[in-house]
Design a protein around this ligand. Structure first.
Ligand code: NDP
Length: 240
């Protein structure tokens, strides 16, 4: 059997598409999300589905331990779980800031800490962290989301430097706008309407979660001696 792949946020969007893509290629999976029923509905072979909130470090570690007992060491961790609550600093509820920081940044750190020591010992393994084009450039009404994704860029590149001597890869992928559930959690209808109007105007929207999934799988399946450190990927029509 192939090596164990751990995917967070596998109940929708990119995570769901990656679960299917890696499963099709024969990888055993640990799938993590809060809506475990959506993970189970995919009915993928050799897939352990766990209801875990990535903010809960102990539960996250425990799920990985359980999956490793079943399928062997985790060779790929994809920190994909994330939320985007767009808003303006002047008016946005600070609880929304906290939620984004906790899920996007702390959740990613929790996952990294759960696997990196063993990867170092084995001198093998890959961590893929989901950044965003909002992690390399700014967008209006994205201040705190940008803060979390710029944070992912910084912590990922630091970890890459630290793990490079151990032959462990840290990659970050920075997608542009792709149609998933992501925007739906933003609480301002005006911001959501403006975002959708921008998609309409520009014609951005042909790129799919499956395109992202294939890209991550391609990067992972490059030889361990090759690290695609940073991947920026967007709809061709996205000019920002
Ligand atoms: P979706 O909203 O479709 O999926 C997000 C996933 O994260 C869901 O499976 C959700 O599962 C999970 N999730 C959210 N909070 C938690 C939590 N606390 N614990 C565990 N799982 C959680 O969004 P996308 O697929 O679009 O986003 C995936 C990643 O890609 C995110 O990090 C996002 O920031 C990033 N990204 C997305 C872009 C886009 O345009 N779509 C562009 C650039 C980056 P559940 O609710 O069941 O827990």
């Amino acid at each position: 059997m192939k090596n164990l792949v751990v995917i967070t946020g596998a109940s929708s969007g990119f995570g769901k598409a990656m679960a299917k893509e890696f499963s099709k290629a024969g990888y055993p999976l640990l799938l993590i999300a809060r809506r475990v029923e959506l993970l189970e509905q995919m009915n993928l072979p050799n897939a352990l589905c766990k209801k875990v909130d990535v903010r809960d470090k102990e539960a996250f570690q425990q799920a990985i331990k359980e999956a490793e007992e079943k399928y062997g060491p985790a060779d790929l961790l994809i920190n994909n779980a994330g939320i985007m609550l767009l808003g303006n600093i002047e008016t946005q509820d600070s609880q929304e800031w906290q939620n984004m920081l906790d899920v996007n940044v702390m959740g990613t750190l929790n996952g990294m800490q759960a696997v990196m020591n063993e990867m170092k010992k084995r001198q093998h393994g890959t961590i893929v962290n989901f950044s965003s084009l909002a992690g390399v450039k700014t967008f209006v009404n994205h201040a705190v989301y940008c803060a979390t994704k710029f944070g992912i860029e910084g912590l990922s590149e630091t970890a890459r430097e630290e793990l490079a001597p151990y032959n462990v890869r840290v990659m970050r992928i920075a997608p542009g706008a792709v149609n998933t559930e992501l925007l739906s959690h933003t609480t301002s209808d005006k911001i959501k309407d403006n975002y959708n109007a921008w998609l309409e105007e520009t014609g951005v929207g042909k790129i799919t979660p499956e395109d992202i999934a294939r890209t991550v799988k391609f990067a992972y399946e490059m030889p361990q001696s090759v690290n695609l450190r940073e991947i920026q990927i967007s709809d061709t029509r996205q000019d920002s």
